[in-house]
Write a protein of this length. Structure first.
Length: 217
């Protein structure tokens, strides 16, 4: 992958006026070039068109992650989604680094699906996710909680329950929100299981988690 080419294109597309509200929306945690996500997708698509024919270029991903502008991290995630079928448990340490560096919900909520895609094909990854669910890093825990989103009837409910239980009685907003999302999503497939889960653990669950989980049940 050609990082310099991507950077040159994004630099030409930069819109400093648009960057101001984008930075404010993310609580001034990151600098922005001022390029919308739909436009980023348009830029990335032709650049990544033939990427899946090659091996994963982690140097390219790391270059994107090192850039101070958030759009480069978004491009790295677009690239990894393109390369999903190439990813294996051997790539988990790289993904862990991305989760724990420049961490915020916008990247974590893409990385959870990418990690989840690996775990679905390689169930041995579940042991890593269970370990992450007890991590001192909230973003590793959030990825562990939500990595099964959209799996429907392929959801490993025993693993989901264990990971969530490892994160009950928390005051951290991003953890309690993630629990609610995981349960809400699975309730579309198995509302009875989710109702029973809430009944078992209601006294230990945050109100935010319950409110999200009960949306469709």
């Amino acid at each position: 992958m050609n990082y310099e080419e991507l950077l040159a294109i994004l630099t030409r597309e930069a819109d400093p006026e648009r960057a101001v509200p984008m930075k404010a929306y993310m609580k001034h945690r990151f600098d922005y070039l001022g390029i919308s996500k739909p436009r980023l997708a348009q830029i990335c698509k032709p650049l990544f068109k033939n990427a899946a024919a090659e091996e994963v270029d982690w140097r390219f991903v790391e270059q994107c992650w090192a850039n101070p502008h958030r759009e480069l991290q978004y491009c790295a995630l677009e690239y990894l989604k393109t390369m999903q079928k190439k990813l294996t448990p051997l790539d988990i340490p790289h993904l862990k680094k991305l989760i724990t560096e420049k961490s915020w919900w916008d990247t974590a909520d893409v990385l959870d699906r990418i990690v989840g895609g690996i775990a679905l094909v390689y169930p041995e990854t579940n042991a890593v996710l269970l370990d992450w669910s007890n991590s001192g890093n909230i973003w590793l825990r959030r990825v562990a909680i939500d990595h099964q989103l959209l799996r429907k009837d392929k959801t490993d409910t025993a693993l989901l329950e264990q990971i969530i239980c490892n994160n009950l009685e928390q005051k951290e907003f991003f953890i309690n929100k993630a629990i609610g999302w995981a349960l809400r999503d699975y309730s579309k497939t198995n509302p009875e299981w989710v109702r029973a889960f809430i009944e078992r653990y209601r006294s230990r669950m945050a109100k935010l988690s319950i409110r999200e989980a009960e949306k469709y049940v």
